[in-house]
Design a protein around this ligand. Structure first.
Ligand code: PRX
Length: 540
C-alpha cells in the first residue's frame, strides 16, 4: 500500500509515530547488534519516543526549522535516533561518514553552515582543529560523556535525560528540506545534495516495488548511514512500511556477516558489489556452514555488479543478486533488477515504473539501443535533490535539454535493459564510494615535499576502482618509505581512509594541457600501459 502522507509528510513522523498509530508500536523496528554480539531491540514505540526526546534536545538548545544538524558517528543507535529526531524538528539533517578527515569535514560543515553536530569523544579532536573556521557551529553533542564539558560541548545522555519524550511534530510540507548528503565530483569541493521530506514517497515505493519487502521480513542493509543508501534504505524506506531491520555496528567480515544472515534470519539483504567480491574469495565450503533458508534475495548498489558475482551467488548460495542503480542526487533507486524480472547478468536492469531514463549524446539527442552515451533521467520524481546546498549554479548545470544528467555513461539494449559503461568525468568509484581526484590532489599538495600531484582511478578486481596518485617531488627530496607513509597518513587524516592512494608513483612532472589542467587521461594511459593518444597540446 502506498504510504499515506495526508496528515503529515515529515520523514521522522512517518517512520516512527505514524507506525505506532497504525499498530506497529510493539513491533521491532530494529535489532541493534554491537561488535561484541550484544543485542538490543528497539520497538517502533521506543524509536518514536527516543527520537522525540532528541527533537526536544535540539529544540531546547534553540534550534528551529531550517537550521543545519549533522551526525558524525560510526554506525550507532544514537546516529539513527538523532537523525530521526532532527527531521521531526524539520532541521536540515546531514550525515557524515565517520572516516572523514579534517579537510573533508571542514568542506562539508563549512558549506552547510552547520550549527550543531553529534559525534563522539575520539572524533572531537578533528572538529576542534577546524572549529575556528566554522563560525556558525554552536553545539557539539558527544554520545560518550556523562557530563557537559562546556556550554557548547555537551553530553548526549545528560541532554536526553532532561528532555521530554513527547514532541509534537509540526505539519511538514512535502517540499520542506530534509536530508543533506555530500557527494564528490571530479573538480571543486564536494557538493551537498539537499532533499525534501517528500523523498519518502519514492524510498517507500522502491522498498515495496523493487526490494519487495513484506510485513514479516527482516531486512538488512549493510550501508553506513553516512551515505545515501544507509539513510534511504537503512532507515527511511523500510520504516515507512513498518518493516523490522537489523543494524550491525561492524563493517565487512565474512564470518560475522554470515552468522548475522543465518542467526537473525535475514530475509532480504542489501549490500555492495565490493563486499560480494570479497566474499567470493572464501572457499566454497565456508558457505555450507550457514543456514540461509530464510534469505529470499540479495540486492546490490553503488558500483557495477559483474556477471561473475551473480553466477557465483547462484552456484554457491543458491540465490539471485539484483543490481540496483541510483545516486545521492536521485535519493532512491531509479533503474534496477527485481524479483519477477529476468536478470541479464551485467545489466543494471530497467527503470522503475514512472521513471523515464534515456541515453543521449552530448547535444541531448536520444541515442538508439546499443549505442553508448550519457545516462539521463527526466526530472520530476519525488526523491530528486532540490539543490546543491549553497551551490545553485552547479545544481542548474546538471539539467540540460529537459534531462537531469547523471554523469554516468551507459547503453540500452533492445529489451530496454540498461548497461553501465562508466563515468563521463574523472570521479573515482572505490568500493562504492565516490572519491574526488581533486580532493586527493589538494591534500597531497599540502605536503611540503610534493611539488605536483595528479590522481586517477584504475580498475581493481575487488574495489572496482582504486585510487592511484602520481606526484612530483621537490628538488633534493628523497622518496623514502617514511615519506610515503607520511603522505598516506596525511591524505587519510585530511580527506579520508577511502581516499588514501593505494599506489603512489613519483614522476618528473605531471602532464598538463596548455591551460594548466591536469591530464588525468594521460596518467591513466601511462598506468595502463596504453597508447597515450593525441598529446600534442600537452605541456609534458
Ligand atoms: O556511477 C554510478 C555508481 O555510483 C554513482 C553514484 O554514487 P553515489 O552518489 O555515491 O551513490 C551511491 C549509492 C547509490 C553512480 O553515478 N553506481 C551506483 N549504482 C551503480 C553504479 N554503477 C554501476 N552499477 C550500479 N548499480
Amino acid at each position: 500500500m502506498p504510504i499515506d502522507i495526508t496528515d503529515n509528510c515529515n520523514i521522522g513522523y512517518l517512520c516512527t509515530e505514524k507506525q505506532c498509530y497504525i499498530g506497529n508500536g510493539n513491533k521491532i523496528a530494529f535489532r541493534w547488534i554491537d561488535l561484541n554480539g550484544l543485542v538490543k531491540d528497539y520497538t517502533f514505540t521506543e524509536l518514536h519516543t527516543e527520537s522525540s526526546r532528541f527533537a526536544n534536545v535540539l529544540k531546547n538548545l534553540g534550534y528551529k526549522i531550517g537550521d543545519v544538524f549533522f551526525t558524525f558517528l560510526p554506525k550507532s543507535t544514537e546516529q539513527i535516533i538523532s537523525f530521526l529526531g532532527s527531521l521531526k524538528l524539520q532541521l536540515v539533517t546531514g550525515t557524515l561518514f565517520s572516516n572523514f578527515g579534517e579537510d573533508a569535514l571542514l568542506d562539508r560543515l563549512g558549506n552547510a553552515e552547520a550549527k550543531v553536530i553529534i559525534t563522539k569523544k575520539s572524533f572531537l579532536k578533528k572538529i576542534i582543529k577546524i572549529k575556528e573556521k566554522l563560525p556558525r557551529l554552536e553545539h557539539i553533542i558527544l554520545v560518550d560523556i556523562d557530563d557537559h564539558l562546556s556550554e557548547s560541548v555537551m553530553s548526549y545522555s545528560k541532554l536526553m535525560n532532561a528532555a521530554d519524550i513527547t514532541f509534537k511534530v509540526e505539519m511538514t510540507r512535502p517540499d520542506t528540506p530534509s536530508i543533506l548528503h555530500y557527494t564528490s565530483g571530479s573538480t571543486g569541493k564536494p557538493k551537498g545534495a539537499l532533499h525534501a521530506h517528500k523523498s519518502i514517497l519514492m524510498q517507500s515505493k522502491t522498498t515495496e516495488d523493487i526490494l519487495q519487502l513484506l510485513p514479516d521480513d527482516v531486512f538488512w542493509c549493510t550501508a553506513d548511514q553516512g551515505w545515501v543508501t544507509g539513510t534511504s534504505y537503512g532507515i527511511i524506506g523500510p520504516w515507512s512500511l513498518g518493516i523490522s531491520q537489523i543494524h550491525y555496528a561492524g563493517g565487512y567480515d565474512a564470518e560475522a556477516w554470515f552468522k548475522m544472515l543465518a542467526e537473525q534470519r535475514v530475509t532480504v539483504w542489501y549490500t555492495a558489489p565490493t563486499a560480494l567480491r570479497m566474499l567470493m574469495r572464501e572457499d566454497d565450503s565456508f558457505f555450507e556452514n550457514w543456514d540461509l533458508s530464510n534469505l529470499r534475495c540479495i540486492f546490490s548498489v553503488g558500483e557495477p555488479l559483474n556477471p561473475e558475482v551473480i553466477l557465483w551467488a547462484r552456484r554457491v548460495l543458491g540465490k539471485d543478486i539484483y543490481d540496483t542503480w541510483f545516486q545521492t542526487e536521485t535519493g532512491s533507486i531509479m533503474i534496477s533488477n527485481r524479483p519477477g524480472l529476468e536478470i541479464k547478468p551485467g545489466s543494471m536492469g530497467i527503470p522503475l515504473h514512472g521513471i523515464q531514463a534515456a541515453i543521449v549524446d552530448d547535444d541531448g539527442t536520444l541515442l538508439p539501443s546499443g549505442v553508448q552515451g550519457n545516462l539521463c533521467v527526466r526530472p520530476g520524481w519525488d526523491s530528486m535533490f532540490i539543490t546543491y546546498f549553497n551551490n545553485e549554479e552547479i545544481y542548474r548545470s546538471k539539467f540540460k535539454y529537459g534531462w537531469y544528467w547523471t554523469g554516468d555513461t551507459a547503453k540500452i539494449d533492445e529489451d530496454g535493459y540498461f548497461w553501465f559503461m562508466g563515468r563521463s568525468d574523472d570521479v573515482i568509484n572505490t568500493a562504492g564510494h565516490l572519491v574526488s581526484p581533486f580532493e586527493v590532489e589538494s591534500a597531497l599538495l599540502e605536503i611540503s615535499e610534493i611539488a605536483e600531484s595528479g590522481v586517477i582511478g584504475v580498475p581493481d578486481e575487488i574495489l572496482f576502482e582504486k585510487v592511484v596518485a602520481f606526484i612530483s617531488i621537490n628538488k633534493n627530496v628523497e622518496w623514502t618509505r617514511d615519506l610515503e607513509l607520511k603522505v598516506r597518513l596525511h591524505v587519510s587524516n585530511k580527506a579520508s581512509s577511502i581516499a588514501t592512494p593505494q599506489e603512489i608513483f613519483v614522476i618528473d612532472s605531471i602532464p598538463k594541457n596548455k591551460s594548466g589542467k591536469i591530464m588525468r587521461r594521460v596518467l591513466k594511459a601511462k598506468y595502463m600501459g596504453a597508447d597515450l593518444g593525441d598529446i600534442s597540446t600537452l605541456d609534458i
